[in-house]
Design a protein around this ligand. Structure first.
Ligand SMILES: Nc1ncnc2c1ncn2[C@@H]1O[C@H](COP(=O)(O)OP(=O)(O)OP(=O)(O)O)[C@@H](O)[C@H]1O
Ligand SMILES: O=C(O)[C@H](O)[C@@H](O)[C@H](O)[C@H](O)CO
Length: 177
């Protein structure tokens, strides 16, 4: 793995779960963009208000800095909903690969609703889908269906990495002797 990976998608699509599992599989550092939000952003979302471009600006800058620091390998879970946001991240780390966890409102809202103790109100899911601009053909990325197990998603991502699995990548537990 020679580029950072951003696992992107709407709230509840599985970014944190899949991102952590992917980083573990690749044996590279992992970070969750939720941990980079300033307190005001968390307070705003917790109060049921979607973030706007201004709220996301400084947050994207700090995520971009992390990606630049992990240019030879790292996984970041970040919504990265708009093309413009991804362009800003690419300004910091041009080789970043974006992995979009895509799924239906139905599947993702069920997962979000059954997740205990998270600050993000399920009512904000509609605005997440409205804001989402899927990857386009000219972006370095791939789209994965979330309606499968975490292991299957990670398998698909690893197989699709342009560099292929690096010599340091671990094999899935089921294949270990
Ligand atoms: N492939 C999957 N199959 C079944 N459950 C899943 C899958 N991926 C994630 N989940 C579950 O769905 C819920 C949402 O996942 P997760 O918190 O990782 O999403 P997220 O995109 O990081 O959300 P947010 O951006 O709101 O933090 C969690 O309860 C998680 O355990
Ligand atoms: O861009 C955004 O609106 C935010 O990143 C949200 O997506 C949340 O931080 C995340 O999904 C937590 O639930």
């Amino acid at each position: 793995m020679r580029s950072p990976v951003v696992v992107m998608g709407v709230s509840g699509s599985g970014k944190s779960t899949v991102g952590a599992a992917l980083a573990q599989r690749l044996r590279v550092p992992f970070a969750d963009a939720d941990d980079f939000h300033p307190a005001e952003n968390i307070a705003k979302m917790s109060a049921g208000q979607p973030l706007d471009d201004n709220d996301r600006g400084p947050w994207l800058e700090s995520i971009g800095a992390w990606l630049a620091d992990h240019g030879t390998g790292g996984v970041m879970s970040c919504s990265a909903l708009k093309r413009d946001y991804r362009d800003r991240l690419r300004e910091h780390a041009p080789t970043t690969l974006f992995a979009h966890l895509a799924g239906s409102v139905d599947v993702i809202s069920r997962r979000q609703a059954s997740r205990p103790g998270h600050f993000m109100p399920p009512a904000l899911l509609a605005s997440q889908f409205e804001t989402l601009e899927p990857l386009t053909a000219d972006e370095n990325g791939l789209t994965v269906d979330v309606d499968q197990s975490v292991d299957a998603i990670v398998d698909e991502l690893v197989a699709s990495l342009p560099d292929g699995p690096s010599p340091h990548d671990s094999t899935p537990a089921t294949e270990e002797k």
